[in-house]
Design a protein around this ligand. Structure first.
Ligand code: SF4
Ligand code: SF4
Length: 372
């Protein structure tokens, strides 16, 4: 255990995702992927993932894996396996575009030990001999947003929405506390949680301790890896790639204590952005504007104005009791605008100008000089 948590950050950067605008396009996931995880053995590392809710997420069933804090003490957690992340795959463009095998074409695991039928895919893993051959099948069976658009509910009242997730750069990061090497730390100037890969010994206690299961293991280099909030970009005034590339203009970035910035106003002033699973106890610094729901339909297809299609108790399970006030505020502001009024909050969420999303991080990355 380290004493990292005894020294609070001077400032805290944070993010807000407006789930009412997310269309699940995965541009954010890919923007992150091409920037940070293209090296050997990072096929399964998607530091930014966008999953359909309700759903099992990535890694598969991560909400049941434990970690975080309970009663002020670390809560034991499961170390997600590469198989649970989905293992990574290679697209077989030759077959898909020219082979003509239709439904016989599957995603293939991207390398030895990456199949999904058990074990963690590492050399010596109990479920495999790591000889490059899958034991009983070699078809990838899980991955980010694997249960895309399945959602829940029965026709005509089915529902789903998308949930982008990155490391939450928590104020009380259980990953930092769990690292016996002191490799993980929360840097004081902006509260970003980072790791010193030279100090990491690959124990993976951080993976067990993170309740959001946002730490990955690079088996080739034997180090854990996770989202770094694009700190090299941030240091030059550029917003993280996931936020900058989002075509939906729904990812806000800024300091929590910047009272003029959108983050502070959405989280602390208007309270329409709420944390995910605050009960995990790590005080996450990624917040979500919860999804408004269409009304349910009765059997004769008339509208049931009393029953939202997304069950409020489901949203409370994700975002805590504050979600109800957040939704009520959103609805009342929309009503105000419908009646001819003006809503600064809704205008903030609409983000007519992209610069309004990013507080002090509006520098155009195209203006930077590459450093190699
Ligand atoms: S989300 Fe997980 S990895 Fe990120 S700071 Fe919190 S506990 Fe650590
Ligand atoms: S957050 Fe933006 S980029 Fe990511 S899936 Fe949603 S709309 Fe696409």
């Amino acid at each position: 255990m380290t004493d990292q948590l005894d020294a609070p950050s001077l400032r805290q950067v944070a993010m807000v995702f407006d789930l009412n605008k997310c269309m699940g396009c995965q541009t954010c996931s890919v923007a992150c992927k091409v920037l940070w995880t293209r090296d050997e053995d990072t096929e399964h590392e998607w530091w930014c993932t966008v999953n359909t809710q309700p759903g099992l997420g990535a890694p598969k069933d991560w909400e049941e894996m434990g970690g975080g804090w309970e009663g002020g003490k670390p809560k034991p957690g499961h170390q997600p396996t590469r198989a649970e992340f989905g293992g990574g795959w290679k697209f077989n463009y030759e077959e898909v575009f020219y082979g003509g095998k239709g439904r016989e074409v599957h995603l293939k695991p991207s390398g030895p030990g990456m199949w999904t039928s058990g074990g963690d895919g590492s050399p010596g893993s109990s479920a495999s001999s790591y000889d490059g051959k899958a034991p009983d099948q070699d078809v990838t069976q899980w991955g980010p947003n694997w249960d895309e658009d399945q959602g829940a509910g029965e026709w005509p009242n089915a529902y789903y929405f998308y949930l982008p997730r990155i490391c939450n750069h928590c104020t009380k990061p259980s990953c930092v506390s769990a690292c016996p090497q002191g490799a993980m730390y929360k840097r004081p100037q902006d509260g970003i949680v980072l790791r010193d890969e030279d100090r990491c010994r690959g124990y993976r206690f951080c993976m067990e301790a993170c309740p959001y299961k946002k730490i990955y293991f690079n088996y080739a280099r034997q180090v854990s890896q996770h989202c770094i909030f694009c700190f090299p970009r941030l240091e030059q005034g550029v917003a993280p790639a996931c936020a900058r590339q989002c075509p939906g203009r729904l990812v806000f970035v800024g300091y929590l204590d910047d009272t003029e910035g959108p983050i502070h106003r959405l989280v602390n002033e208007w309270k329409v952005a709420v944390p995910l699973h605050a009960e995990y106890g790590t005080e996450p610094n990624v917040f979500y504007v919860p999804p408004l729901s269409p009304y349910s339909l009765n059997e004769d297809f008339s509208i049931d104005y009393e029953t939202p299609r997304i069950p409020p108790e489901y949203l409370e399970g994700l975002f805590g009791p504050g979600v109800h006030d957040a939704l009520a505020t959103l609805k009342s502001e929309m009503e105000k605008v419908r009646e001819g009024g003006k809503s600064e909050m809704l205008e903030t969420l609409i983000a007519y100008k992209w610069q309004s999303l990013f507080g002090p991080f509006t520098t155009d990355p195209a203006t930077l000089t590459p450093t190699g």
